[in-house]
Design a protein around this ligand. Structure first.
Ligand SMILES: [Fe+2]
Ligand SMILES: [Fe+2]
Length: 208
């Protein structure tokens, strides 16, 4: 499967240096005590706003394309993480653990979007059997994640397990993209399609 180019620019603003404009009635000004790593007493709301801004940026980025394109791009992203895992050797235990964390997060977010939006929509369109089969396969994904999470990162089985896991995810993704989603989308009105896209984006936003 062709891997799409990832276009997730990390537009992280480093502007946490807003001056606090509070009146210090008690005279305990700490302006001069701040180190380069101190955000001051009122940093909570400022940091919160910055984090919310970053999340909104991510949400906006994921808004590009219809729901099936968003999910297909996420498939490619997960498969690319698998490829990085398969390129490691048993001495790179830290890298393996980091990649596994990244994969777990990506698959968790993705499964949530499908299980909370797309599969229920499929059931509503009378394709319950397919939705149930796909959801059951997500259970197998979780089992692989559990297995890898409990396996030492330098285990002789690690690569083989990742390889099996990748091919299960690849088969599942292929079935979704080529059969299920394509056929489902063809039967949707423009309005229904837009609604599913918006729900997938909203779910992905909260899971980001
Ligand atoms: Fe799926
Ligand atoms: Fe999927």
């Amino acid at each position: 499967m062709a891997t799409r180019t990832q276009n997730r620019s990390t537009t992280r603003s480093a502007s946490n240096n807003r001056s606090t404009n509070r009146s210090s009635g008690n005279g305990r000004s700490k302006q001069n005590e701040r180190s380069a790593f101190s955000f001051g007493e009122n940093a909570g709301p400022v940091l919160g706003a910055a984090l919310a801004g970053m999340a909104i940026m991510q949400g906006m980025e994921s808004a590009a394309g219809d729901w099936d394109e968003i999910l297909a791009a996420e498939h490619d992203m997960a498969l690319a993480i698998f490829d990085k895992m398969l390129a490691t050797d048993e001495t790179q235990t830290f890298k393996r653990k980091m990649l596994l964390m990244k994969l777990t997060h990506a698959l968790d977010k993705h499964a949530h979007q499908e299980e909370m939006v797309v599969y229920p929509a499929l059931r509503e369109a009378n394709d319950r059997v397919t939705a149930d089969q796909l959801e059951q396969e997500h259970g197998e994904v979780k089992t692989f994640l559990y297995e890898l999470g409990n396996m030492p990162a330098d285990s002789s089985n690690w690569l083989e397990t990742v390889r099996e896991f990748r091919s299960a995810v690849s088969r599942h993704a292929h079935m979704e993209e080529e059969q299920v989603f394509r056929a489902f989308k063809q039967g949707l009105s423009e309005e229904q399609n837009a609604k599913i896209t918006s729900l997938v984006n909203r779910d992905g936003f909260w899971m980001a």
